[in-house]
Design a protein around this ligand. Structure first.
Ligand code: BTN
Length: 323
């Protein structure tokens, strides 16, 4: 951690209370002028820090800082093993974790950012990632899974997000097959898993699980092309306390619980319960031909069972269907 990150963690742990420059300098073994410079820089970054002569520095209790220390407060024992790092800005957390993965980083690295300048969505789309109101997070996994089984990562992550949102907001969520999380008919979270196969065996070398959640209403609202299809967990722009950090930790706690016993599919009943695609028409794309069908069930591998007009039935994976 840099001096700046240390100070932020210290103020965050004592939000609303004053800590003197001398005390901070002593705890971190740096000069008071280094403390002052770091505070100035944090204020420039947008953190609301009061500086009062003879009292010291205090971080506003209303600050919702996404920080490793705030997240760590809510992580369970399993989650504590993760190595969480938070950036102020980044091109894409998935991209950053992929680079680490290809340089041999071990499983369990988690990168978050307050904003992404080139957030990636599925099918080559951009993922709208404005600062301060969302969660943009990527987790590095090295599971003993085949490429086909990697769907289980994404689907279990969708359930982890759904359960976490429900517990912090008290509101219901739904899942649109395969892994979009919805609230009141609009998308609130998208998940993009990028995996690389091992050259030595049939397992993945690594999987980067990227999760993007709209937590609060972005300042200025969603861009025009998203207003009809996207929503946020909370309908206000303001959110107080360490809500995003709590939500991150809840997602990680749920996900790591599922991941440890992925083959037992502990998430599956919660997944099926929330699926909104069943009973709806879908377009199946196979051998360059389109065919209409109705989604009727989800199997144990989270494939979608569809029924064609002539009564034929088939199980499909995500690349073959558009809903
Ligand atoms: C989608 O719905 O199309 C998937 C969106 C995935 C967005 C997340 S945000 C964190 C991670 N980093 C990225 O660049 N993308 C994923």
């Amino acid at each position: 951690m840099t001096v700046k990150e240390h100070i932020l963690a210290l103020l965050d742990g004592n939000k609303g209370e004053y800590i003197s420059g001398e005390e901070i300098a002593g705890q971190l073994s740096v000069t008071r002028s280094a403390v002052w410079k770091a505070i100035k820089s944090l204020q420039t970054d947008g953190y609301s820090i009061q500086a009062v002569t003879n009292k010291g520095y205090s971080l506003s209790p209303h600050t919702d800082i996404l920080s490793a220390s705030a997240i760590s407060k809510y992580l369970d024992t399993q989650g504590q093993k993760l190595r969480v790092e938070v950036f102020k800005t980044i091109s894409s957390t998935n991209e950053a974790v992929k680079i680490l993965a290809s340089n041999g980083e071990a499983e369990g690295k988690v990168i978050l950012s307050e904003e992404q300048t080139a957030g990636r969505g599925r099918k080559g789309r951009r993922f709208f990632s404005p600062p301060g109101t969302g969660i943009y997070m990527s987790i590095l996994l090295r599971p003993k899974l085949s490429a086909a089984e990697s769907t289980l990562l994404t689907t279990s992550a969708a359930v982890a997000v759904a359960l976490a949102i429900e517990s912090v907001s008290g509101k219901d969520t739904q899942i649109k097959w395969v892994n979009d999380v919805f609230m009141e008919g609009k998308k609130v979270c998208g998940i993009l898993t990028e995996a690389s196969m091992s050259l030595e065996n049939d397992w993945l070398d690594y999987a980067v699980l990227g999760i993007g959640i709209n937590v609060a209403l972005p300042t200025g609202g969603f861009p025009n092309d998203l207003t009809e299809i996207a929503t946020s967990v909370f309908s206000e722009s303001n959110h107080y306390g360490d809500l995003r950090s709590r939500l991150v930790a809840e997602v990680l706690n749920h996900f790591m619980g599922f991941y440890e016993h992925l083959m037992d599919r502990l998430f599956l009943s919660d997944y099926r319960k929330r699926i909104i695609s069943l009973g709806r028409p879908v377009m199946v794309m196979k051998d360059n031909k389109q065919r209409e069908a109705t989604a009727i069930d989800i199997d144990n591998d989270c494939h979608l069972k569809v029924r064609y007009e002539n009564g034929d039935e088939e199980y499909l994976s995500s690349g073959e269907v558009s809903i």
